[in-house]
Design a protein around this ligand. Structure first.
Ligand SMILES: Nc1ncnc2c1ncn2[C@@H]1O[C@H](COP(=O)(O)OP(=O)(O)OP(=O)(O)O)[C@@H](O)[C@H]1O
Ligand SMILES: CC(C)(CO)[C@@H](O)C(=O)[O-]
Ligand code: BAL
Length: 358
């Protein structure tokens, strides 16, 4: 029996495709619309660079989009807060969602990219799907034992961030596999700020023979060294001033390797631990209404390709220094004090420094 498809015009055909106002940037919300957008570019050999994000865009994201525009004819930015990578007790509900600010940033950036002759391309589309679109069989849940179609990359996804956040890399790898399959990019762009994520994604691309190149951009930092991160909005002024602790601690470990020639784990990580301990002790001499408390989740010295802990750095291959700290909610908040987004809950910050081969 012949089948007949409905030919009633969709609202987007009547009003034209959704775009970020005053730009040519398409806003794509469905898998089908991305596929329709992508198809002609397979034939006209225009390369596509994908920058996956969870929105709340900042200069770190912008640096990745700039890199993608230098190397690709068309840049797609995905904006999707993927619930599967948040643990049940994590900050999914309060994660900053700033769509209007994000689209304004993309519009401004796109004008700059257009004016800069050094770029191959510009921002062509934003992919902003719903969870129903990304998980067509139904969202599998955030629990460790959730059932569903998942991509797991082990053992690299089980250590460090994976040990602290047991569903995190399963969620990241799963959503990235979906995004890569939907957009079919020649290149994908990730930030070194999430260094273990880059190792997981590189492993996934290699092990599943995905036809995409993984490009990693350097960490963009504030003037005082704090790595930019969407979660920094939770900090508020008091904790923001101390949030550089991890960068300072990792910097001391880097100096032990680069300047003092240390290759031994205890010497390198000891330098980092001392900075963190000294900074915490100094805070604890202050009154509760002034001080900032934090807990070091981990400080690691790991192999650059496996993220396995190293007891000695082989100068031929170098290593990765990484860490996570929990900035605890401030005590004795003062009248009118800026506590940060959502009243300043505990914030877990991560950072890393790559020890280069010597
Ligand atoms: N400071 C930064 N420099 C370079 N890239 C970054 C930076 N911060 C984030 N990125 C990269 O941007 C991409 C999207 O990250 P995401 O949207 O989670 O932002 P984020 O700031 O890392 O947020 P969060 O605070 O949730 O970790 C990732 O590849 C991430 O590594
Ligand atoms: C890669 C990513 C967009 C997947 O949700 C996320 O983990 C992030 O923003 O780093
Ligand atoms: N940039 C990492 C995303 C996350 O922490 O969920």
């Amino acid at each position: 029996m012949a089948t007949c498809r409905s030919s009633s015009p969709s609202s987007s055909r009547l009003s034209g495709p959704e775009k970020i106002p005053s730009t040519s940037i398409r806003v794509l919300r469905t898998v089908e619309s991305v596929r329709r957008w992508r198809r002609p570019h397979l034939f006209d050999h225009r390369s596509v660079g994908l920058v996956p994000t969870m929105g709340a865009l900042h200069e770190g994201h912008i640096s990745l989009i700039r890199a993608a525009a230098r190397e690709n004819h068309l840049v797609v930015v995905s904006v999707y807060v993927n619930p599967a990578q948040f643990g049940v007790a994590e900050d999914l509900a309060s994660y900053p969602v700033t769509w209007d600010a994000d689209t304004a940033i993309l519009a401004k950036l796109d004008r700059e990219l257009a004016d800069d002759g050094a770029n191959l391309g510009r921002i062509s589309a934003v992919f902003a799907p719903t969870t129903a679109e990304i998980y067509p069989a139904g969202f599998p849940g955030q629990e460790v034992d959730s059932k569903g179609s998942f991509v797991t990359i082990t053992p690299v996804g089980e250590v460090l961030e994976g040990a602290s956040r047991p569903t995190f890399f399963r969620g990241v790898a799963t959503v990235c596999m979906k995004l890569f399959n939907i957009v079919q990019p020649e290149r994908v762009y990730f930030g070194q700020k999430d260094v273990q994520q880059t190792v997981v994604i590189r492993s996934m691309v290699r092990d599943f023979m995905l036809p995409t190149e993984v490009v990693v951009g350097p960490t963009t930092r504030a003037a005082d060294g704090l790595a930019l991160s969407s979660r920094n909005v939770y900090l508020g002024e008091r904790r923001r001033a101390v949030a550089t602790v991890l960068h300072k601690a990792l910097g001391a470990a880097e100096a032990a390797y680069l300047e003092q020639g240390a290759t031994d784990r205890e010497m390198i990580l000891g330098a980092a631990q001392k900075v963190a301990t000294d900074m915490l002790n100094k805070q604890m001499t202050l009154a509760p209404e002034k001080r900032v408390r934090f807990e070091v989740d981990y400080i690691s010295l790991a192999d650059p390709t496996t993220m396995e802990e190293l007891s000695v750095v082989d100068p031929a291959s170098g290593g990765i220094l990484s860490g996570a700290v929990r900035m605890l909610p401030v005590e004795a908040p003062q009248e009118g004090e800026d506590l940060g987004h959502s009243g300043g809950p505990a914030v877990r910050l991560i950072d890393n420094i790559i020890l280069p081969p010597k």
